[in-house]
Ligand binder design. Sequence first.
Ligand code: TYD
Length: 400
Amino acid sequence: MSKCNITKKKIDAFMTFGKMPLANGFLKKIDFKKEKFYNLDVGFNEKISLFQVLGVPKFSNTVYKNYPFFTNKSVYMIRHFKKCAKWIKNNFLDFKSNLIEIGSNDGTMIKNFNNSSINAIGVDPAPNVVSFARKNGVKTYNIFFNSKNIYKLKKYYKSTKVIYAANVFCHIKDLIDVIKCVDYLLSSDGYFIFEEPYLGSMYKNISYDQLYDEHIYMFSASSILRIFQLYDFELIDIQSQITHGGSVRYIISRKNKNLIKKNVNKFLKYEDLNNISNIEGCLKFKNDCEMSRELILNKIKKLKKKNKSICGYAATAKSTTVLNYCGVGNELIECIYDTSEEKIGKYSPGMHIPILPMKDFKKSNFDYAYLFAWNHKKEIFGKEKKFKKKGGKWLCHVKI
Ligand code: TYD
């Protein structure tokens, strides 16, 4: 059992993914013995329809010391944020408005406001990505976005027109603290806009690998509406996004400041009808995950019996959940190719599959490649056409 920080209610786990290392805990051989594990249990807070990982390990924050993920590694994400910046500018900002991005990473999104009248700043806890952002001319505060640090942003007190976050809110355990910080910074007519992987998409894709120590929450319109209602904010609009296998962008404002768009009600109705707002959906998801594990394990084992070789493509944080939940080690998947300098030469968390440089994938001759970055499939299939031409096949637990 675990206490949810919002309702202080004890939440029971409805399922466990078992013993799990840190999702981004890629490690060297000499560190195998020091590796730490926790139980990846998940629960559902029925009061606020919130799907959450329970008992996030205290040691999980260490990943931000040298964050292994740079947004600019994906051409699609660069394009996505360019489009998003334009949309924010056209719909929410005025001349010389203040904009703050929480979890601004390498500055990919904020960079779009360089050379404009907008005073756009980033906030990110990881020094390595922040140093990259600063080199790109993006003003960034190297801090965790929390009430302990918020005084460092006091010049933006109640004067920030837009606070934006992408794939960040679900990483922060203390949601109340974030909301308090948003309240501190946001102007009376300001907007908190954030986008996160969508619970409904996770159910549909059975993409349980969205769950790990850094992805604590899976949001829905129902949960966001209920959470923000508790703090005098209002969900005024909602938009589907194709990123990360199905995300949703939420637009929040202070109460009674804006008309609520029809979309919000549409989403809420859809979620009630499809058990996304209640525990029924969780129980179905549990069965779906167990079946998915059986299916993919059988498939991999069958291929190995036929002497087929299998490598992994992209050492994502998500891959840690799949490999450890399914118990797949390097006897089944020989290696994983990845573009990140921070991961190459190390081993995957828990299952210790070697991570090799992506440039070697092209020279390799694997029969199958397990696509761990299925959320970037369009981009990857586009650049890896030769693999298919050579007779290579893609493999994944998610339909690709
Ligand atoms: P992503 O799915 O964005 O993130 P997460 O780690 O949060 O699950 O994948 C990022 C990782 O995938 C990163 O290690 C780089 C790698 N990657 C590649 O190696 N090649 C690619 O074409 C893409 C899109 C990602």
